[in-house]
Design a protein around this ligand. Sequence first.
Ligand code: GDP
Ligand code: MN
Length: 442
Amino acid sequence: MADVPAYHSTLQTPTLELCSSPACIFWPPLYLPSYTSFGVDFYVRQCENLTQALFGVSLRPKVNVKLLEYQAKGFFDRADIPIPQERLVLSGAQARTAAQEIDLPCVLKAQVGVGGRGKAGGVKLAHTMEEVESHADAILGMEIKGERVERLLCCHAVDIKQEFYASVTTDRTNRTLLLMVSPAGGVDIEEVARSTPERILKIPVDPLLGLQAYQTRRAAMFLTQEKDIQKQLASVLAKLYKMYVANDLSLAEINPLVVTNDGKVIALDAKVIIDDNGLFRHPDFEGYRILSADEKLEQEAKGKGLSYIKLSGNVGCIVNGAGLAMATMDLIKRYGGEPANFLDVGGSSSPEKMIAAIDFVTRDRGVRSIFVNIFGGITRCDDIANGLLEATKDAPLPLPVVVRLTGTNEDEARKMLAGTSFIPAIDMADGAKKAIEAAGGR
Ligand code: GDP
Ligand code: MN
């Protein structure tokens, strides 16, 4: 397979639902060539999935779960770290009600996963009820770095005297935890690290000993000379550390941690990232995971019995069996095309599944042609043909669809599709070539 181009796909790991039969445990050796063309990484991850299914052990390092500010503030609140009075709202009218409860002035803050929302206009101060409503309406629906704002946090605004930075992370190189503080809060901490690194104090914390009182005192003294504020800061830092460890976090950050004009220390912003490796200890955290648009689509497909993973190419694939689906993608790559997706319709293929499959594939705007590649074993080809005809009965085919059907009842299937606008293919290679051509060539 030396002439097969290496394909380091950006595939997210298909989960084990991919396997429609127990025979899937034989996949790795069987499909090694196919796997290798998708990158060793992909192959390894599949083996890990198998391990998880067979032995219930997860080997896969997963992605961390980054919380939105209001969720992170919930962690702070439970850890007894002071936060401003605030409410989560979904509309301008709700913001007004919230503002009445918590009092003016209010700060309206876009709840998005991306950074830099302040600069993008996602944080606004409101002095009147009218401003609360108009700012809320302006921020809701705004796009910040490609993310649509759907939720707002309406917080009671405080008078800021000083802004600090504080965080707890894990320092993998030194195998310690790390408490970081800076009197230069409210701004991008990376910028402080670049321009004035001496304004950041880093205190390594032995995870076995935990954060010691002398360490929190030292951090507090680095931030201010005022005894009373020092005391409050030391208490917040100790709570932040405790919260970090108890919840298996990979980041707990407060920026800014402010001192108000009346001498109170309050966390105005919160950033919390949960370490996925510890998620098994916190089953209740699963709900914090906010799915990306692609992940949502994949979940929806799963609900219809389809294993669908969106990719970036223009040849949509509808295939039965995960191995065949990967081989199909390989073949498309081999002939110079780009698969738009992985899609396994599974073993038994009802017309409904075909309809759903066509629906999912065509929802991807980048798709220019579809390659239906079916091996009829348990699946009967005439069932598939029937599904295809059903799926396109009411609406004409949105795109050129190349069909390769082989195996059980293939002759019947071919007869059923004869004279329709489906483009027949003799074999897989022929189908792949025709689909690439229909998509606009290589
Ligand atoms: P970020 O820019 O996305 O990190 O949003 P933050 O919540 O950190 O807020 C950005 C800045 O807005 C803060 O550094 C403050 O200067 C300002 N800000 C946020 N909340 C308040 C508030 O209650 N009162 C005042 N005066 N300023 C605030
Ligand atoms: Mn901030």
